[in-house]
Design a protein around this ligand. Structure first.
Ligand code: ATP
Ligand code: MG
Length: 398
């Protein structure tokens, strides 16, 4: 029998005028996601669905792994399809399908036919009744339960006819490439990869900036961030990762400013530098993994002072999340195991024992003024000497 995958989508279906754009993007992303899966696939877009036909045998798990990473997909139903060669052939195919798909035959079921092609000679009620009868004849231990069936057997009559009995949830959201681009401040921690995932889920393309401080931070710490970027790009597509050497900037701040202000001042310079890359990459906002109150630099006062240094809106998708909730998402999307590997972070190395929790913008700006004119050269140098790492990804950027 022919293997196919019925890809369902939700939100994009109700987007009015934009609907076509969204659907075309979704088809493109599905095709892109399948590009590294063994087999040949034909992707079509019958009304309200994306239909993936496998041209020959494929590894179902591999296909599902790829499709569950495509934002915009709400559910995927592995299904079997046949050409319409009359009702008797359909009934036989469904009986064979149930025979192959379910080892035991002692469950309750309901047939749920949908006639998307109205010229089919039977209506859905007639199909339900007739197929139900054929199944009961073939497997007398089956029982019909129209209210609470253990198995719901869906039959969709379209150009071709497909049937399926189960579906697995997709990631939801919107196809990447439908909502502009954002610049992610990506560290080796648990939070920022999740923040990047959350924004990409709304259809946003992601580029990223990572600040390191060699030799205080190691090559291994950088590799960890590259690995995290790769994991995110599995959902969000190929990514430009700018690796910025932050050492001289941090040392200068360390030598010049009160130590309890180090973190907040560093944060402000991160925003400024990330803003520069955002502009170069065409991003319309910055994204961080901050949540209110998690650490001293994430109090409402600190966030206010940090935002003041940013020239673009700063999006913080985790702002109201507890750490345990963030960890749950990190585990689900597959970044957690990498995030918890030991590493040195540029901020933790230069951190003060008692950082300010209620910074005052005027005071902070006065401290920054002491950094002098030559400090701007350091910032410019960090930008111009940043290394660009191109991260491949399973989803198309455009
Ligand atoms: P994370 O787990 O994401 O590192 P965190 O709880 O450790 O977050 P902080 O280290 O205070 O919090 O960082 C807050 C946010 O600032 C991070 O989520 C990230 O977006 C950004 N950030 C921090 N350090 C770096 C860095 N070295 N490079 C790029 N961005 C960073
Ligand atoms: Mg961190």
């Amino acid at each position: 029998m022919n293997q196919a995958f019925l890809v369902k989508y939700g939100e994009i279906g109700i987007k009015g005028k934009n609907r076509h754009l969204f659907e075309e993007r979704l088809v493109k992303q599905v095709e892109f996601a399948l590009k590294d899966v063994d087999g040949i696939f034909k992707v079509t877009r019958p009304q309200g669905r994306v239909f993936v036909e496998a041209q020959g045998p494929v590894d179902k798990t591999e296909v599902l792994d790829a499709l569950t990473k495509v934002f915009g997909v709400t559910a995927i139903a592995p299904c079997t399809y046949i050409e319409d060669t009359g009702f008797d052939d359909l009934a036989k195919a469904v009986v064979d399908y149930v025979g192959e798909e379910f080892a035991g035959k002692d469950f309750t079921f309901k047939v749920n036919a949908r006639r998307a092609r109205k010229n089919y000679p039977m209506d859905s009620m007639e199909i339900n009744a007739a197929i139900g009868e054929k199944l009961l004849d073939a497997y007398p231990t089956l029982k019909v339960d129209v209210h609470n069936p253990e198995v719901m057997l869906h039959i969709e009559i379209r150009e071709k006819i497909n049937f399926y009995a189960s579906e697995i949830p997709g990631p939801g959201g919107m196809p990447v490439g439908t909502n502009g681009k954002a610049e992610l401040l990506l560290s080796g921690g648990i939070d920022s990869p999740v923040a990047g995932y959350m924004v990409a889920k709304r259809g946003v393309t992601i580029d990223a900036v990572y600040f390191h401080a060699p030799p205080y931070t190691s090559e291994r710490a950088k590799q960890k961030v590259v690995d995290l970027a790769k994991l995110i790009s599995g959902y969000s597509g190929p990514m430009r990762l700018h690796v910025v050497n932050f050492t001289d900037i941090q040392l200068k701040i360390y030598d010049t400013c009160p130590h309890e202000e180090l973190t907040i001042i560093m944060r402000r310079y991160m925003m400024k530098i990330a803003g520069h890359f955002a502009k170069a990459d065409g991003a319309l906002g910055l994204v961080t993994g901050e949540s209110i109150g998690q650490v001293a630099s994430q109090t409402m006062q600190s966030l206010l002072v940090t935002d003041n240094a940013a020239t673009l809106p700063v999006y913080r998708p985790l702002i109201g999340f507890d750490k345990s909730e963030i960890v749950d998402i990190a585990k689900r999307i597959g970044t957690y195991e990498t995030s918890i590997l030991p590493y040195e972070d540029c901020c933790t190395i230069f951190v003060a024992r008692h950082p300010v929790t209620k910074p005052n913008l005027k005071i902070i700006k006065a401290s920054e003024a002491r950094l002098g004119k030559s400090f701007e050269d350091l910032v410019e140098q960090a930008v111009s000497e940043a290394e660009l790492v191109r991260i491949p990804g399973g989803i198309s950027r455009k």
